[in-house]
Write a protein that binds this ligand. Structure first.
Ligand SMILES: [Zn+2]
Length: 351
């Protein structure tokens, strides 16, 4: 009888193979790697490794491009290569490192309302330099907006609209816009959780309690935006209002865009964002038909009374099971914000 049963030989073969992989793995370890933890951003990850994050930022991006969401965000639990700090230690990476020295310094801005983990915004371009955007997330303070049930938990429209709005603010700021976040919550930054806890401590810019009465609540927003609009008279100014309580309950409509019938600029902004959604659906969700609608709805108080050209966006309805599934995932909230920002760029640059 064969003293080495075939399974043993196979096992040995596998062992050798695995060992071989480990060896090559070790060889690569001279390129330092690290596992991203939940909440890590590129800057904080590099800082934790004792590396000057600004000097190494571009290298990090270049080395890990395949592993970054939107080209800038880490995935928790994944392994990332760390650019070596010392230029002379390893010859192989020498050439990459030398390039760093020539790379321009990274520009960032600190925006505390985005939350501790997200306050540092990387300035990617100046495409929106000189523009002013007012962002209003629906409801807030004593008014949670539409409520949905999920398991035993209650979820509220205002928290999710706020999260999307902050993400949109970050995108616009990263292109050099001046952004006013009108409804604000000092202790809720951008949040990646599925369940966003409901609270009542949102205020209206800069620090006004939000009235419960609906007319007073809307009038407060209108007054704030119109006052700021006067202050920036002559600048390119736009208002974007975000809700998640569309009339589409039971229908199959993804996004509604509203504008003022008499505002050409408002219409163009709404149209541009609408177009961007169409394009992105084709690209990222080819199996789904995009069903956004785009209409004038001057009957809405905010649409009627605010002075900047504006669009009023309803990204589904938080009471819809189908919309809940989407809106609970932070990557989707980010995609919505990104798409709105792409529409904003299209609108502005198409002037
Ligand atoms: Zn609403």
């Amino acid at each position: 009888m064969n003293p080495y049963p075939s399974f043993l030989i196979r096992t040995l073969g596998i062992l050798i193979f695995v060992f071989g992989m480990t060896m090559s793995g070790l060889a690569q370890d001279s390129l330092q790697t690290v596992i991203a933890e939940k909440g890590d951003g590129i800057l904080s990850l590099l800082r934790k490794q004792g590396i000057d994050p600004y000097a190494s930022y571009d290298d990090f991006i270049a080395m890990n491009l395949d592993n970054l969401r939107d080209g800038v965000h880490l995935y928790a639990g994944r392994e990332y290569q760390i650019p070596l700090a010392d230029l002379n230690t390893v010859a192989i990476v020498d050439s990459i490192q030398r390039k760093t020295a020539e790379v321009k310094s990274i520009k960032t801005r600190e925006i505390p309302i985005l939350g501790k983990e997200h306050a540092t915004v990387l300035i990617k371009s100046d495409r929106l330099a000189g523009t002013v955007y007012y962002l209003i997330s629906g409801h807030g303070g004593p008014d949670p907006g539409a409520m949905g049930k999920l398991g035993g938990k209650t979820i509220a429209e205002d928290e999710y609209a706020y999260d999307i709005t902050l993400r949109l603010a970050r995108e616009l700021i990263s292109h050099g816009a001046m952004v006013y976040v009108i409804i604000r919550d000092e202790n809720d930054g951008i949040r990646d959780e599925r369940i966003l806890e409901i609270d009542r401590d949102e205020v209206a810019y800069l620090n006004n309690p939000i009235p419960l009465n609906q007319v007073k609540r809307l009038k407060q927003r209108v007054d704030i935006v119109n006052r700021l609009y006067e202050r920036h008279r002559g600048s390119y100014q736009r208002l974007i209002v975000t809700h998640i309580d569309s009339r589409s309950v039971g229908q199959n409509i993804d996004v509604f865009f509203y504008h003022h019938e008499k505002s050409k600029n408002g219409k163009k902004l709404a149209e541009s964002i609408h177009k961007t959604f169409q394009k992105n659906y084709k690209k990222y969700q080819p199996n789904r038909v995009y069903s956004g609608t785009f209409e004038d709805r001057t009957s809405l108080y905010l649409v009627k009374k605010t002075h900047p050209a504006m669009t009023f966006i309803e990204v589904g309805n938080i009471r819809n099971k189908k919309d809940q599934r989407r809106i609970l995932v932070h990557e989707n909230r980010q995609a919505l914000a990104k798409w709105i920002s792409e529409g904003v760029l299209l609108d502005y640059e198409g002037e």
